[in-house]
Design a protein around this ligand. Sequence first.
Ligand SMILES: Nc1ncnc2c1ncn2[C@@H]1O[C@H](COP(=O)(O)OP(=O)(O)OP(=O)(O)O)[C@@H](O)[C@H]1O
Ligand SMILES: [Mg+2]
Length: 345
Amino acid sequence: MALFDVRPKSRREELFDRERELGELGSAVSRGHPLILLLGVRRIGKTSILRTFLSTVNGIYVDMRGVVRRQDLEARVADYVSEHLDRFRRFLSGVRGVSIAGLSIEIRWRGRDSISFLGLLEELNKRGERFAIVLDEVQHARPPLSAELRNAIAYAYDNLENITFIIAGSEIGMVRDFLRLDDPSSPLYGRHVHEIAVERFSMDLSREFLYRGFREEGVEPPKEAIEEAINFFDGIVGWLVLFGRSYVDGARDFSYIKRLAIETALQELNKLTNREKAVLKAVAHGCRNWSCVRDFIAEQHGILLPKSTLSRVIDKLEKLSIIKDYTFLDPVYKEASKNLHTTLT
Ligand SMILES: Nc1ncnc2c1ncn2[C@@H]1O[C@H](COP(=O)(O)OP(=O)(O)OP(=O)(O)O)[C@@H](O)[C@H]1O
Ligand SMILES: [Mg+2]
């Protein structure tokens, strides 16, 4: 009763496979690597790997979606710590600015006897045990918080030998942009990062995943439905879960579940700019180079976009990990892009 649970997994028993990723994370952290990147497209299972990993190693998990100001970050750190107080009591008792009373914990971030985020890292470091700080979807951080985070990561990199930062995100190019490893004016310039890529499941693994999930639920779909799903969803576990869950809940028509997935992807794509959407639509219709994209858009909208504009848009779509070399990284997004409504003026 777990594999088809749609929330991110956090226990080893409910996490299918991912031996390699957990093993790599474990050895990088125990070797004392200061900065680890965990990258993979949307729904590939990053958060599940990270949360499960933190059930074996001391650490704090922060989802950076919706974190705008430093106060938001502080609130999420405090929330995580309170939810896992049993494990943190030992680490945090006696720390300035932290008061633990029974089952509740309060961290004072401001005013008298307070502690800063960096101060907290220093205290955690002093405990002499490895401690991981996980920042998931870090590309959402905006200035000035993004710069503060880079400084904190660089400071920990240089001075806090027991702290490992694990940075994760689905918009892979945007995560790299956040770190600014190639920018001489960035505090993280030239640092070494240990990168771990989260890959899609092979066909065989996808099949095994679905069979195991359905067995848990006591449902036995026809072989054809399973083959259709593993063919279409291309090893992206989040979609396999959506398929499994929907089927178990009574949706027995594959094309219905497929539409559900496409609709979900479409909602995300609709947040893009009109130009980005127009380019995606062209790529979804088979364009493999910029001049084809330009012609497609000219035909649809009567507007001839300059090459420089197109390159910029294509570059951005690659950084968002939606396409790479004019191919979609996720077939569901490709189908959704065919249905995008775009207006260009
Ligand atoms: N190894 C796994 N075994 C079972 N279920 C998994 C596994 N990995 C991910 N899932 C499921 O797939 C879905 C997506 O997983 P998760 O949220 O961890 O991915 P993600 O890469 O963090 O996605 P996003 O980019 O949207 O944040 C969830 O429903 C989760 O429960
Ligand atoms: Mg996630």
